[in-house]
Design a protein around this ligand. Structure first.
Ligand code: GLN
Length: 540
C-alpha cells in the first residue's frame, strides 16, 4: 500500500497551536485504528535542539532513543500512542550539514549544489524515512508561510505531491480568522492572503483550519471556501476553548477525519474518543486544588518546563485535583527567602544546567525536607537534594557538584564518565558540550522496600535521561542509616537513579525525567502519587 501524507502549514501568525492541532488530528485518526506518526520540520538553522536556550525556545524534549528534540514532539506523545524518535524531528541546520558533509566527501561528483534538488531531496528522504511503516504520516512544518527559512521545506512538500501522486497527499493550512470587535465581524482576508502566498509556491491547500476566538459562521465558511478554492466541508473551525483536550472532539464533530478517509479512500471504524471524554470529565470535575511550587530559573517562559507542567496536570487529573502551578525564580528565593514558598502544598525542582540560582533551589529543598512538604526532584533536582542532605544532615563540608565548582573538595556529583558519542553529527566539529550526555530511555531497578516500588507497582522501569553529571555513588552506600535511601539504580548498579527519605511523608528524587512519559489519558505514577501527597499535606 502506498503511504499517505498530511502536511500541516501555518499561516498569518505563529502561536496558533499548530502542534496541538496536528497532535489532536493524529489522535482522532489513531482512534480510528490507523497507525499514525508525526514528523516536525523545524526551519531554524541550529543543528542541535539540545543546545537551544529554553528561555527562547521552550524545553528540549527527549525521546526514548535519546534524541533531543523540539517541544512539539512532547505534544505528539501526549496525544498519540506512537513513540517519537530522532527520526521525527529535523532542522534546516541538520539538512544543510548533511548536504555539506556529502559535498566534502565528493558524493556529488563536482556538480553544483543547490537548494533544489539537493536540499529538497534530503528533506524528502527524511520525511519518507521517518514515516516508513505507518498508514498516515502527519508532517508539521514549523514557522509561518512567507518566512524565508521555511521555503525549502515547502518546496519539498510540494514536490512530494508529484512524486507520490496527489491522491496520497493532503495539505492542511492552519490560519487565523481574527474578530474585529468594533465591526463585530470575523475577517477572512488574512486567510485569503495566506492561501495566496501558499499558491504562489505551488501548494493548493485541501483543508483550511481556522483558528478564531469564536466559531466561524456559515457565511464566512462559504467565503473562505469560495476564495480559497477549498470545499466547504474542508473548512474547519477551531475556536478558542478552555481545554486543549477538547480539540480531538472538535475535529471529529466537524468530520475532518471522514474527509481524510474519503480523500485517501480508506475505510475505518468511527473514532472512539471515550478516553478523551474521560480526561475532559476529570478536568472539569475537580474535588480540590493544590498549589505546587516549581523552583527553576527559566520562569519567564513557562514552555521551558512544558512537560513538567503537563505531567503535574495529568497527575491532578487522575486524582481529580486541579493544579495551581507557581513558577518560582530560584534567584528570587535567594533574595527574599523561603517565604516565597509559604503557600505551596508540594515543591518540585525540575532539570537544569549551570550554577545560576542553585542556592535558591537548595533553600527550597531544605524547606521541603524540614517542613515535611512533599518534594519531587528531577535530575538536577535530585543532584541538589543529595547536596542539601550531605551538607545539612551529614555535615560533609563543601559537598558540591563539579558542574558548579570544578575543583571542589567533596565532589559528590561529577561528570558522567562513559561518554556517549551518539549525539555527534558527523562532519561537524562537536560543540564542546555535545556528546557527553547520558541520554534516552535506560532501565532502572527499584529496591523492594521502597516507596517508588509501591508507586510504580513493579521493580523494573524504563525512564528517559538527559544529564552530564551523576552521583559519585561510593559515598552513598551507607547513607540509608542516616536517613537517605538509594531506592533505584541502573541495571549495572553503577548509577544512582532514585533517592528517598523514608522518614518524610513524600520526598523522592530521580536522576531521570519522568515528565517525558506522562500523558493526559494515563498520567505518570510518580506525578499521580506526588499530587496525592500534596493534597494530603494540604488537608493535614
Ligand atoms: N546539569 C545536570 C547534569 O548535567 C542536570 C541535568 C538535568 O537536570 N537535566 O547532570
Amino acid at each position: 500500500m502506498k503511504q499517505n501524507y498530511i502536511f500541516i502549514t501555518g499561516g498569518v501568525i505563529s502561536s496558533l497551536g499548530k502542534g496541538i492541532t496536528t497532535a489532536s488530528l493524529a489522535a482522532v485518526l489513531e482512534a480510528r485504528n490507523f497507525h499514525v506518526t508525526i514528523i516536525k520540520l523545524d526551519p531554524y538553522i541550529n543543528v542541535d535542539s539540545g543546545t537551544m536556550n529554553p528561555n527562547q525556545h521552550g524545553e528540549v524534549f527527549v525521546t526514548e532513543d535519546g534524541a533531543e528534540t523540539d517541544l512539539d514532539l512532547g505534544h505528539y506523545e501526549r496525544f498519540i500512542n506512537t513513540k517519537m524518535s530522532g527520526k521525527n524531528n529535523f532542522t534546516t541546520g541538520q539538512i544543510y550539514s548533511e548536504v555539506l558533509y556529502k559535498e566534502r566527501q565528493g558524493d556529488y561528483l563536482g556538480s553544483t549544489i543547490q537548494v533544489i534538488p539537493h536540499i529538497t531531496n534530503i528533506i524528502k528522504e527524511k520525511i519518507i524515512y521517518g514515516g516508513k511503516g505507518y498508514d498516515i504520516v502527519l508532517v508539521e512544518i514549523g514557522g509561518t508561510v512567507g518566512d524565508i527559512e521555511s521555503l525549502p521545506f515547502l518546496e519539498a512538500i510540494r514536490q512530494m505531491s508529484v512524486d507520490m501522486g496527489s491522491e496520497h497527499i493532503i495539505y492542511i493550512h492552519l490560519t487565523l480568522v481574527p474578530y474585529i470587535s468594533t465591526a463585530n465581524e470575523l475577517k477572512t482576508k488574512p486567510t485569503q492572503r495566506s492561501v495566496k502566498e501558499l499558491l504562489s509556491i505551488g501548494i493548493q491547500p485541501n483543508v483550511i483550519i481556522c483558528r478564531s476566538s469564536r466559531a466561524i459562521p456559515e457565511s464566512e465558511r462559504n467565503k473562505i471556501s469560495l476564495f480559497c478554492n477549498v470545499p466547504k466541508q474542508a473548512i474547519i473551525s477551531l475556536e478558542d476553548v478552555d481545554s486543549v483536550y477538547k480539540i480531538p472532539g472538535m475535529i471529529k464533530s466537524q468530520g475532518l477525519d471522514n474527509y481524510i478517509c474519503n480523500f485517501f479512500k480508506l475505510t475505518a471504524p468511527a473514532a472512539n474518543l471515550s478516553k478523551w471524554d474521560r480526561v475532559i470529565y476529570e478536568e472539569s470535575n475537580p474535588i480540590g486544588k493544590v498549589n505546587i511550587g516549581v523552583i527553576g530559573k527559566y520562569v519567564t517562559l513557562p514552555d521551558a518546563y512544558k512537560s513538567v507542567i503537563e505531567a503535574l496536570k495529568h497527575g491532578g487529573l487522575k486524582n481529580r485535583i486541579a493544579i495551581n502551578i507557581k513558577l518560582i525564580d530560584s534567584q528570587k528565593v535567594e533574595l527574599y527567602g523561603v517565604k516565597l514558598l509559604q503557600e505551596v502544598d508540594g515543591i518540585l525542582i525540575p532539570g537544569g544546567f549551570g550554577s545560576r540560582g542553585i542556592d535558591g533551589k537548595l533553600m527550597g529543598i531544605k524547606y521541603a525536607r524540614e517542613n515535611r512538604i512533599p518534594y519531587l526532584g528531577i535530575c538536577l533536582g535530585m543532584q541538589l537534594a543529595i547536596l542539601e542532605f550531605a551538607r545539612n544532615v551529614i555535615g560533609i563540608e563543601e559537598a558540591n557538584s563539579t558542574e558548579f565548582m570544578p575543583n571542589c573538595k567533596n565532589p559528590l556529583i561529577f561528570l558522567v564518565k562513559d561518554k556517549n558519542k551518539k549525539n555527534n553529527i558527523i562532519g561537524i566539529k562537536p560543540n564542546k558540550l555535545i556528546g557527553n550526555m547520558r541520554l534516552g530511555s535506560i532501565k532502572c531497578k527499584l529496591i523492594n522496600d521502597s516507596k517508588v516500588r509501591q508507586i510504580y507497582n513493579t521493580d523494573k522501569i524504563f525512564e528517559r535521561h538527559r544529564h552530564r553529571y551523576e552521583v559519585n555513588n561510593l559515598i552513598w552506600e551507607n547513607t540509608q542509616y542516616l536517613g537517605l535511601k538509594v531506592t533505584g539504580r541502573s541495571k549495572n548498579n553503577k548509577s544512582i537513579e532514585i533517592i528517598e527519605i523514608p522518614d518524610h511523608p513524600w520526598f523522592i528524587a530521580c536522576q531521570f525525567h519522568p515528565e517525558f512519559q506522562s500523558n493526559p489519558r494515563y498520567g505518570h505514577p510518580l506525578f499521580i502519587d506526588f499530587i496525592k501527597a500534596a493534597y494530603k499535606y494540604q488537608n493535614r
